[in-house]
Design a protein around this ligand. Sequence first.
Ligand code: ADP
Ligand code: MG
Length: 388
Amino acid sequence: MKKSFIPAPAVLGMLGGGQLGRYFVMAAHELGYQVWVLDPDADSPAGRIADRHLCAAYDDAAAMAELAAGCSAVTTEFENVPAETLAILAEQVPVHPSAAAVSVCQDRIAEKTFLKKNGLPHGPFAEINTLEDLYAAPAHLFPGILKAARLGYDGKGQAVVNDRAAAEAAWLELGRVRCILEAKLPLDYEISVVLARGQDGRVKAFPSAENRHRNGILDVSIVPAWRVDQNAVCVTDNAGDVAEKLAGCLGYVGTLGVEFFVSHGQLVVNEMAPRPHNSGHYTIDACATNQFEQQVRALCGLPLGDSRAHSAAVMVNLLGDLWFDGCKQREPDWAALLAIPGLCLHLYGKQSPRVGRKMGHFTVIGDNAQQVFEGAMQARKVLGLPDA
Ligand code: ADP
Ligand code: MG
């Protein structure tokens, strides 16, 4: 597809109606665009604020035809949109990122094979289709992590497996689906790089974030990530370069999230998300241009914005758990939270809180990384969350 500039107030199409889509709608509106959202959920966070919500399945032919006819360009906020939907839409309307790029990120085996082929750092792995594959897998993959090749997120669809017997049990538990077996790497820490790549191939990477997870779900992102130690300054610089190279190899256009492990001081790519990333939410409050505005700019052929951070930042996810005291539902103490200096609260407008459901986040910003971290820990205390 040739480089094309799409002026506002054109209509942009968004596949997926979650919080990532909601921020895209806001960013697009700020630049004067309209947005149509396709999402099967009648009450999706993005659908609520979109100019139009097409409430249908991602492979609904009529909805796809309407989207293609009504939109000047289409993007996605959800990596599990069928790549075929993107390919079909692309026959009629510019689609970024491409179906090919999204399909690499949708499948853990395609993803790791892509990394290997392009000489990008990755951990050892094996493809598991049958029990025989499990028993033939090299011994150095144990202890390992067995992950369903597709549709996993927030630690779902994966299990730590110490030996082959455990792997067999886990594989049966996962329903004998196509899996990847990865060696369980000793992690010094985890970081991510969110970047945007334009149609002209230019890249703007945001500062990398250090990410801490709880129960398989991102809990906290800390920026700058290099506060960990001296070696980390160089590791995080390098992560930006690796992410940029990776985006180029993918021919990527749009906002991309790249998750890394740092293991024995070495960078290893964990996975990619072909969309804005939870660990990039800090860019809303701490960067001149946020990751969603970059997505709009890349889609519309506009120059990418300044991705530098003007503040140190700590982002904390707010899960549905916070709305419960045992079985009793309650409202978190927003007033106490909002009294904390530098704290920016974001709620996604979801109707029903559920344990593990992402309901919102807050970001504490300021000049000093240490103070910002302490502010975030104070805020966690207010909410009854443990230190991170
Ligand atoms: P998800 O799609 O659920 O985010 P990930 O592959 O990122 O799946 O795994 C979730 C988390 O599990 C990672 O952030 C990391 O903490 C841990 N993890 C995953 N794979 C490995 C591995 N090979 N070695 C060590 N830890 C891992
Ligand atoms: Mg992950």
